[in-house]
Design a protein around this ligand. Structure first.
Ligand SMILES: C[S@@+](CC[C@H](N)C(=O)[O-])C[C@H]1O[C@@H](n2cnc3c(N)ncnc32)[C@H](O)[C@@H]1O
Length: 211
């Protein structure tokens, strides 16, 4: 991922952000040692942001699209209110196995549940209100995830979407993934059902709240 900020700023922000718990540091090390695309893991800055947003919104149900090895799901779990839970969607069996082990090694085994298979089918099977969602999977699927989640969300619900600046490529969309992200940024900015801010944190995070 190409840095969007001045050289040295990302490490500076990392050093000046609270550290994650030991089991998340261990998960990051394991992900780098064992997984093919370890850079997909969100990491400290985005993980702490997700935890803070969850702690502020106090959702009863969180849906995550794209578990990978479980780092972002377990970061969000730290902010859950009592009785709150996370359903996290993952299609890759290898990632599911690593994430399941990480969940069991954390204090949140009873609150975080992996839903295997394609995320859209999982979202469409949910028949209770989704209070908060984090979308971080296949980029061409984002629009369908956004719509399916928004239609299941009460007023005040929050959606965060990762990689919405895509290393800056959204400025000149030249491929299918970039076009999908740029078109969704345009759509969210015009969407009267929500208010939003496109944060220039890490690879760009859309922070969206349903009116
Ligand atoms: C960028 S990674 C997620 C990173 C994770 N949020 C973290 O912080 O560690 C994207 C994940 O989405 C999964 N994925 C891709 N397409 C999917 C789909 N249609 N349904 C469910 N998961 C999918 C991939 O297998 C991959 O593990």
């Amino acid at each position: 991922m190409k840095p969007l900020t001045l050289p040295g700023i990302e490490p500076y922000a990392h050093e000046h952000t609270h550290a994650e718990p030991d089991y998340l540091e261990a998960l990051e090390r394991r992900t780098h040692a064992e997984m093919k695309q370890p850079q997909m893991l969100t990491g400290r800055i985005e993980g702490r942001l997700l935890k803070l947003v969850v702690a502020m919104v106090q959702p009863r149900l969180v849906v995550e699209v794209g578990t990978f090895t479980g780092y972002s799901a377990l970061s969000m779990a730290e902010g859950l209110p009592p009785g709150g839970r996370i359903l996290t969607c993952e299609i890759d069996p290898v990632a599911q196995r690593v994430a399941q082990e990480a969940i069991e090694a954390s204090p949140f085994a009873g609150q975080v549940e992996i839903r295997p298979g394609p995320a859209l089918a999982t979202i469409e099977s949910i028949d209770e209100p989704i209070d908060l969602a984090f979308i971080d999977a296949d980029k061409t699927g984002y629009l369908a995830y956004y719509e399916a989640i928004l239609s299941r969300m009460p007023a005040g619900g929050v959606i965060l979407l990762d990689n919405m600046l895509w290393s800056g490529r959204v400025l000149e969309p030249g491929d299918e993934d970039t076009r999908a992200l740029a078109e969704l940024n345009d759509r969210i900015a015009r969407d009267d059902r929500v208010e939003n801010v496109l944060l220039t944190v890490r690879d760009g995070i859309q922070l969206v709240r349903k009116r």
